[in-house]
Design a protein around this ligand. Structure first.
Ligand SMILES: *[C@@H]1O[C@H](CO)[C@@H](O)[C@H](O)[C@H]1NC(C)=O
Ligand SMILES: *[C@@H]1O[C@H](CO)[C@@H](O)[C@H](O)[C@H]1NC(C)=O
Ligand SMILES: *[C@@H]1O[C@H](CO)[C@@H](O)[C@H](O)[C@H]1NC(C)=O
Length: 204
């Protein structure tokens, strides 16, 4: 979110997967570290360890290293006018319809696919291995939003997890792994591997 230039980060604990990071030199404070992340076009969060600044970035950033970071400040600004909200992992697992319903029942929307490198990097900081995105494969093989059937460009899918797409059988679309790749699966599956990340609109 960006309101009058203010960018919001939120602390995420129990981050489940390793993230890609680069260390920034010459940073004197946590606020300065947050500012470095805001200015970096592939940064979605950061960690300040009282003397060093680590930016959470996408894998393609030169020098990025993959490693565990169990706590990080996540950039909750998403796309141009959304704010991310992550529910704790549902204990009994969840399916896409209930993920969508969870968001809607709380006046939010299911997270749409990431557009920018910053969006990708911020979604790499999360409490579950996988997440459902607001996307479904239509019967003609194109992609539309699960929530309202709005077309999604094929180019939104920048990479599939190993084994996906599964012959185009699964209609629901999710994302997962440290590199936030796409996967398809049967919409009626309830899984304990996926969490619920919602978005709400913010003022510009
Ligand atoms: C912070 O990270 C730097 C670089 O990895 C390390 O040298 C330093 O010991 C760490 N400081 C703390 C307090 O963990
Ligand atoms: C959403 O709200 C409806 C209506 O109150 C309720 O029946 C449903 O169980 C709720 N679903 C979730 C996932 O919260
Ligand atoms: C999805 O799962 C349901 C319930 O297990 C099953 O009835 C259905 O045939 C599956 N669909 C596909 C396309 O595999």
């Amino acid at each position: 979110m960006s309101v009058g230039g203010l960018v919001l980060f939120g602390l995420v604990t129990e981050v489940v997967l390793p993230v890609w990071t680069v260390q920034e030199a010459g940073v004197a404070s946590q606020v300065a570290c947050a500012s470095r992340c805001s200015q970096h076009d592939a940064c979605g969060g950061f960690q300040w360890n009282s003397s060093s600044c680590f930016l959470v970035v996408v894998a393609s950033v030169p020098g990025a290293v993959n490693g565990a970071m169990t706590n990080a400040f996540r950039l909750n600004s998403y796309r141009t006018n959304y704010h991310l909200y992550e529910f704790p992992p549902p204990p009994g697992g969840i399916d896409p319809a209930n993920a969508l319903a969870t968001c809607r029942n709380n006046s939010m929307d299911l997270v749409p696919y990431p557009v920018t490198l910053k969006d990708r990097a911020s979604l790499s900081i999360r409490q579950t291995r996988r997440l459902f995105v607001d996307m479904i494969r239509a019967s003609d093989g194109s992609y539309v939003t699960l929530s309202s059937g709005v077309p999604v460009p094929n180019t939104a899918i920048y990479g599939w997890m190993p084994g996906s797409p599964d012959g185009g059988i699964g209609r629901c679309i999710g994302m997962g792994g440290p590199d936030l790749l796409f996967f398809d699966f049967n919409c009626s599956y309830t899984t304990t591997n996926a969490g619920v990340i919602c978005v709400y609109s913010t003022l510009q």
